[in-house]
Design a protein around this ligand. Sequence first.
Ligand SMILES: [Zn+2]
Length: 86
Amino acid sequence: MKYILIALAVYFCYRFLVPRKQGRKPYKESIFQKPANVIDDIMVKDPYCGVHFPLNSGVKAYDGQNELYFCSEDCKNKYFANKTKK
Ligand SMILES: [Zn+2]
């Protein structure tokens, strides 16, 4: 009976220590090796109204040279309407 308790104690020590050692690396990698399109908290600036918003919730547009992100369809339309006026 004593040996079973010791074995259990060793087993729980092992389970407690090993995931902490191995858990660190994947955590770091998950931050730095995430593909760019998975990161959803990048803040971008609306070139029309100047508001900052998360990239994923933005409206993507292409002005012929650059990819632009707008906070709404409305801003996108106004931006291009302004551009074509000039
Ligand atoms: Zn806007």
